[in-house]
Write a protein that binds this ligand. Structure first.
Ligand code: SAH
Ligand code: SF4
Length: 385
């Protein structure tokens, strides 16, 4: 493992001077960009060029926008910035996984991971600093929600990853190293849906980052009322953190199950607009020794997923300090997978990636803590559907 530490940053230090009131253009929708430029007295038709410079070419300096008049570039630079989250540390695993600890303008931090494979790379993006939910096997769940991330901070994570791999301008779909996005980092994306949707729309825009919706997967712990909206608004791939086949066990592993139990969750999945044979919903299942890994659990998994166009990802439990679980044995995981496969469901056992740098599923956490409370309670209240 190697850690490439950047300049040490003191906690909660905003990264632009307090008197710098320039607005960040990253994270604005195309329409908002047009309006923002128009309000600044700049020709709105410039928005298309500026958009392409930001998201296709990846520039952060208005001076490089060569098809924009010098006078306009100067004015843009006076009023606006093109800003990424700051990299606090970049760590590289022995298996090639990279993890960035990123700092946002208010000093809060979250983690982003890239998991390279032979022919692709999946960038795992965070949607919140911390999480309101408290899944008992997840390290992020031990960090109370600090705040929702903004569209600029969500799309900015992918832009940082592209900077790190030098992947600008946007390559063709077949030559990309960073070819997929999984909304599987810190936080519950469906408790921050508006910002996640705004960010993913920017990511999917063909004149910019141009990532197809087929290459984006959103994972939810089971915020049932929001699931149809994911299909309507984004139509990306859906992953569901199931982890148990009956409500008693799921209540303890994924406490949101008390609000929306398995039957309701599966009904929402069966109706997911994008679900069909060619595009199955992924059910994530962390293998926890003696908790959810029996033969009977495997058979029940097959039975309950039968009505759904489903596939299963068996995730060996990733340990973290103080975790109250152990990973199932290899033999147990293989037997479990065999039963599920024999039942007609694809159920690969995922190879853990980036464990040495704590970058694997459920290991992400940042040191950001709640500031004295009231704003957090507001966010939590709004987050609850
Ligand atoms: N909040 C969302 C997305 C982030 S978690 C969700 O819960 O779906 C990404 C995946 O990792 C989820 O399926 C989560 O349940 C799983 N996970 C969490 N902790 C884990 C751990 N310690 N080992 C293995 N998988 C874990
Ligand atoms: Fe939050 Fe997902 Fe972790 Fe549960 S598994 S605590 S929803 S990040």
């Amino acid at each position: 493992m190697s850690a490439l530490s950047h300049e040490p940053l003191s906690i909660l230090e905003p990264f632009r001077g307090r008197n710098d009131t320039r607005r960040n253009l990253v994270g604005l929708s195309r329409d908002a960009l047009k309006t923002t430029l128009a309000e600044a007295g700049l020709e709105a038709f410039r928005a298309k060029q500026v958009w392409q410079w930001i998201y296709w070419h990846g520039v952060t300096d208005f001076g490089l926008m060569t098809n924009v008049a010098k006078k306009t570039r100067d004015r843009l630079g006076e009023l606006f910035v093109i800003e990424r989250p700051q990299i606090v540390t970049e760590q590289r695993s022995v298996d090639g996984t990279r993890k960035w600890l990123l700092r946002f303008p208010d000093g809060n931090e979250a983690e982003t991971v890239n998991i390279p494979e032979e022919d692709r790379g999946s960038v795992c993006i965070s949607s919140q600093v911390g999480c309101t939910l408290t899944c008992s096997f997840c390290h992020t769940g031990t960090q109370p929600l600090v705040r929702n991330l903004l569209p600029a901070e969500i799309v900015g994570q992918f832009m940082v990853a592209r900077d790190s791999y030098g992947e600008w301008p946007t390559p063709t779909e077949t030559t990309r190293m960073l070819s997929n996005i999984v909304m599987m980092g810190m936080g519950e994306p469906l408790y921050n849906f508006d910002n996640v949707a705004a960010a993913l729309k920017i990511v999917m825009d063909e004149q910019g980052i141009a990532l197809s919706r087929r290459r984006i997967t959103l994972s939810t712990s089971g915020v049932v009322p929001m699931i149809p909206k994911v299909g309507e608004v984004l139509d990306v791939n859906l992953a569901v953190s199931l982890h148990a086949v009956n409500d008693d066990i799921r209540n303890t592993l994924v406490p949101i199950n008390r609000k929306w139990p398995i039957a309701e969750l599966l009904a929402a999945c069966a109706d997911y607009p994008g679900a069909r044979n060619s595009r199955r919903i992924t059910f994530e299942y962390a293998m926890l020794k003696g908790v959810n890994d029996s033969d009977a659990d495997a058979r029940e998994l097959v039975r309950i997923l039968k009505p759904i166009h489903a596939k299963v990802n068996l995730i060996p439990f990733n340990p973290w300090p103080g975790a109250p679980y152990e990973c199932s044995s290899n033999n147990r995981m293989h037997r479990f997978a065999e039963i599920v496969n024999d039942g007609g469901l694809s159920a690969p056992i995922r190879t853990p990636r980036g464990r040495d740098i704590h970058a694997a599923c459920g290991q992400l956490k940042s040191a950001s803590e709640r500031q004295k409370g009231e704003r957090v309670r507001d966010i939590e209240a709004r987050a609850r559907v």
